[in-house]
Every structure is written in C-alpha cells, then in structure tokens.
Write a protein that binds this ligand. Structure first.
Ligand SMILES: [Zn+2]
Length: 124
C-alpha cells in the first residue's frame, strides 16, 4: 500500500495519503487550507513495509530515473525496482502486489469511487 506525499501550493504544506492503487483519491484536499489543487510529490512515494529500507532506496535519485508519474505501468516498473532494493523487506509477494495494483488501475474506467481505505496520515 503506497503512501503518496502531496504538496499544497497554496499554503506550502505537505501531507501524506495512503492510496490504494495509483490514482489520487477522490476528494483530495489540503488538510490545512482545504485547497484541492494539490499535487503529488512523486519523489516521496513510499511503501508501508519497511521504514529504513525504503528511506535508503528512495534516497537514491537513480531510482526515479525514467519514472513517469502519470503512467501506471511506469510506476509499476519503478515499484518492482524498489522491491528489489528492499529485498527481503519487500517480501515474496511484492511483484504480485504491484501487478495487482497495476491491474486494478488499468481496469479503472475513470469513474473513481470513494476510497474508504484511503487514510489521512496527517502532516509529515
Ligand atoms: Zn494548503
């Protein structure tokens, strides 16, 4: 389950959201000023499995080379690469999880439903 970090250009605030799949959750808004024109900070995409390993992996800029944040397949490739970086931390089912998320994203017909599992993590 990825956590995306969002940046609010209005108040310069950053906040994080648990996101299921690769799409921004519906009703996304800055918790501080309610601005809905927030943008995802891809460089801070994180995965809930390993705090330390993910920090190491994400600190490497080469991890993000060629990443197209608007292309779920590109993100899936990146996630798999990250999974290799995480090694055992990622678990055996990492690639499968990525594939399932990608599948879900690609089968999304555009009518996004309210994501009940998305959880506001508050300010980072
Ligand atoms: Zn704001």
């Amino acid at each position: 389950m990825p956590i995306y970090e969002y940046l609010c250009p209005n108040c310069n605030g950053r906040f994080q959201k648990l996101v299921q799949g690769f799409s921004d959750p519906v009703g996304l808004a800055c918790p501080r000023c309610n601005n809905t024109s927030v943008r995802r900070v891809v460089s801070r995409v994180a995965v809930l499995k390993s705090e330390e390993a993910r920090a190491d992996a994400l600190a490497d800029p080469s991890m993000l080379s060629g990443l197209d944040e608007n292309d779920p397949k590109s993100i899936a490739r990146w996630a798999k690469k990250l999974g290799k970086e995480l090694g055992e931390e990622a678990g055996d089912d990492w690639d499968q999880m990525v594939d399932e998320m990608l599948e879900e994203e690609l089968s999304n017909d555009g009518s996004k439903k309210e994501d009940k599992k998305a959880d506001d993590l508050g300010w980072g």
